[in-house]
Design a binder for this molecule. Structure first.
Ligand SMILES: O=C(O)c1ccccc1N[C@@H]1O[C@H](COP(=O)(O)O)[C@@H](O)[C@H]1O
Length: 214
């Protein structure tokens, strides 16, 4: 079980997340978001954190030049495309990427994943019309495909109180949280970050124990 803390806007929050055991940090390059960071802020965060934390850059239907400019300035390990980007679009940067899929009621996730043959994984998020992400909404975790053969990151409205249940229901490879561990828009609450990671790790251990006993 990997844990990604998304929407990091400052060095202090990045350090809290990594010390609490986060595997990955998300940096949002989407100006309408309260978690948006400039390439300069992102580069400062990148310099401060452990080289073993996976730094993920989140984009929403960005112009390719914007993505190129960011990847020149910030040592990102992974790109996260959170809009309506096609597989061709995602592939052009020749960097490891995950594709976010918003779980609209009529969406078949396996069908939606199919074109992204080179994606490193898929982040499944709640669907709210007109809002690309970071909504704080959950979706029906039973809709997460089992044994798809692809890495699945579960997101959408997760928090320290529901992440264990979400992991038990969906059995994802990773979980991702943004608003559920915030003190205010764009700032993380250290207690919530630690509680979230602890709850996710405990739920994963319980799942493993159950499988061992069966
Ligand atoms: O965090 C944002 O502001 C954001 C903006 C636009 C697209 C995606 C965004 N965040 C991603 O949304 C999901 C769910 O967020 P939340 O936990 O429900 O607040 C999360 O995976 C972020 O990666």
């Amino acid at each position: 079980m990997r844990v990604k803390i998304c929407g990091i806007t400052c060095v202090e929050d990045a350090e809290v997340a990594v010390q609490a055991g986060a595997d990955a940090l998300g940096l949002v390059f989407y100006p309408p978001s309260p978690r948006n960071v400039s390439p300069e802020q992102a580069a400062e965060i990148a310099r401060a954190v452990s080289p073993f934390a996976v730094l993920t850059g989140l984009f929403v239907d960005a112009h390719p030049d914007q993505v190129e400019q960011v990847v020149q300035q910030v040592p990102l390990n992974l790109l996260q495309f959170h809009g309506a980007e096609t597989a061709l679009y995602c592939r052009q940067f020749r960097r490891p990427y995950i594709k976010a899929l918003r779980m609209k009621p009529d969406l078949d996730p396996l069908e939606a994943m199919a074109p992204y043959v080179d994606a490193r994984g898929f982040l499944l998020d709640a669907y709210r019309p007109g809002v690309p992400g970071g909504t704080g909404d959950t979706f029906d975790w039973q809709r997460v495909p089992r044994s798809s053969g692809r890495s699945i990151v579960l997101a959408g409205g997760l928090n320290p109180d529901n992440v264990a249940e979400a992991i038990r229901a969906a059995r994802p490879d990773a979980v991702d949280v943004s608003g559920g561990v915030e003190a205010s828009p764009g700032r993380k609450d250290p207690h919530k970050v630690r509680a979230f990671i602890h709850a996710a790790r405990s739920a994963c251990e319980q799942n493993l124990q159950k499988e061992f006993e069966q």
